[in-house]
Design a protein around this ligand. Structure first.
Ligand SMILES: Cc1cc2nc3c(=O)[nH]c(=O)nc-3n(C[C@H](O)[C@H](O)[C@H](O)COP(=O)(O)OP(=O)(O)OC[C@H]3O[C@@H](n4cnc5c(N)ncnc54)[C@H](O)[C@@H]3O)c2cc1C
Length: 403
């Protein structure tokens, strides 16, 4: 049992959010402990899709452009084409101006934790935080080790213990529940998928299984996906939990059927909640901040969360740095950065989500098809971070160094 109290910041959770915060605070010269309950390399249920938003972030903040990511073995697959379906009908397909990349989370997250350690953060894996004392700014691990710090960052994912330790008044729990998502995912080895794909599906996957597919309305207020990587394909469906309380497993079976992979219907997919528009606008309490999934930050349309984990951690790290250096109020500074750099984008995307999924749910295909025809290229640009969801204008808010 150890008791350590000399830290500027203790970060709970070593996924993309925690490692980004630890890396930046280490670079700023602060004493940081990153506590991760699992041992690296550890896996995470995830499609592993990196949009250009994430790619640009890795280049800008970690100085890791695509060739460096390739050298590190982090880019497992490059998706240069796409296919988008609405139920069983193909709505759009073609080449992408800029690819989506696919990573394996065990390697990706271990690499980021390594970068945090290189920047000077103490990385403790196998350290599960079991108790949090906000008044003393102390966390205790399940082994009884104690860490105290001036600031606490909760980067411990969707089930966040740090978030659950906050008092009821700290955030709107109804809003959280109403916008929470649920996903089911199955990884199928490429050879097996190729041998068993029966072509009977109403959605015909390409022969090489190299094209990422998105299938809207595979479940209510959600979609299905087929994401390729080098050794497997990742098949999933996910949507708003409150619209899919029952029957998601059946919808997954129907989805496998539709894509010609019914041979895998008896395999048990992994279920996992995910943020789907339930972000907490002001995720701070006292000297504690929430980042990434812990604060509900992900794309409200797609549930893409890796970029938002990185970006909220960047904003939080700058707020912590300013707080420690100048005494600026921590929570207000972080909330102001979020309001300036991220929340307007999430609000605009959530409004579009309500339109898209609302039309699908009400079977209003005509406005949806008209919208798709006229704006699909701009929507893809917005998902990739080349445009803003606010009027699809060119905008750099998501990529600008913070102030
Ligand atoms: C099925 C599915 C598919 C997805 N596909 C994609 C995709 O293709 N692209 C994309 O961008 N996003 C995707 N996402 C979302 C993405 O996985 C998350 O948004 C992202 O991992 C969030 O990063 P994070 O660092 O906030 O949390 P996490 O990656 O969840 O990391 C949290 C870490 O905290 C640790 N932890 C938890 N509790 C404690 C504790 N008490 N003490 C210490 N450590 C703790 C955990 O072990 C974990 O390592 C998907 C999500 C799901 C569920």
């Amino acid at each position: 049992m150890v008791s350590r109290s000399e830290y500027d910041a203790v970060i709970v959770g070593g996924g993309p959010a925690g490692s980004t915060a630890a890396y930046l605070l280490g670079k700023f010269g602060h004493r940081v402990a990153l506590l991760e309950k699992q041992r690296y390399p550890r896996d995470k249920v995830c499609g592993g899709c990196l949009s250009q938003k994430s790619i640009r972030f890795l280049d800008r903040v970690f100085c890791a452009p695509v060739p460096a990511l390739r050298r590190e073995g982090l880019l497992d697959f490059t998706g240069t084409r796409y296919a988008l379906y609405i139920e069983r009908s193909r709505a759009l397909a073609g080449d992408l101006a800029a690819p989506f990349y696919f990573t394996q989370r065990d390697r990706y997250d271990a690499y980021l934790a390594g970068r945090a350690a290189e920047a000077g953060a103490e990385v403790h894996d196998g350290a599960e935080v079991a108790a949090i004392d906000h008044a003393r700014r102390t966390v205790t691990t399940s082994d009884g080790d104690r860490y105290s710090a001036r600031v606490l960052i909760g980067a411990d994912g969707i089930h966040s213990r740090v978030r659950r330790s906050l008092p009821r008044c700290a955030f709107d729990r109804d809003r959280w529940r109403n916008n929470l998502g649920l996903a089911l995912e199955l990884t199928i080895p490429r050879e097996e998928a190729q041998a068993s794909a029966n072509g009977d599906g109403t959605i015909r996957l390409d022969d090489g299984l190299t094209t990422p597919h998105l299938v809207f309305a595979a479940c209510r207020w959600g979609y299905g996906w087929v994401f390729p990587n080098s050794e497997a394909i990742v098949v999933g469906i996910g949507g708003l939990l409150q619209k899919n309380q029952k029957g998601l497993r059946d919808r997954f079976g129907e989805f496998l059927n539709a894509i010609g992979l019914s041979a895998f219907a008896d395999r048990k997919p992994t279920g996992f909640p995910l943020p789907f528009g339930n972000y907490i606008p002001s995720p701070a309490y006292g000297e504690a901040l929430l980042v990434g999934d812990a604060g509900g930050f992900a794309s409200p349309i797609l549930g893409e969360g890796i970029f938002y984990a990185h970006r909220t951690a960047e904003l939080a790290a700058h707020a912590v740095h300013r707080h420690l250096a100048t005494g600026a109020p921590l929570g207000e500074t972080y909330a102001a950065l979020l309001r300036r750099r991220l929340i307007p984008e999430l609000q605009a995307e959530a409004a579009l989500r309500n339109f898209l999924y609302g039309c699908l749910d009400a079977r209003m295909r005509i406005p949806l098809q008209a919208f798709m025809k006229t704006t699909s290229a701009r929507v893809i640009d917005a998902v990739q971070g080349f445009r803003s969801f606010r009027g699809f204008r060119r905008d750099d808010d998501l990529h600008t160094a913070v102030w």
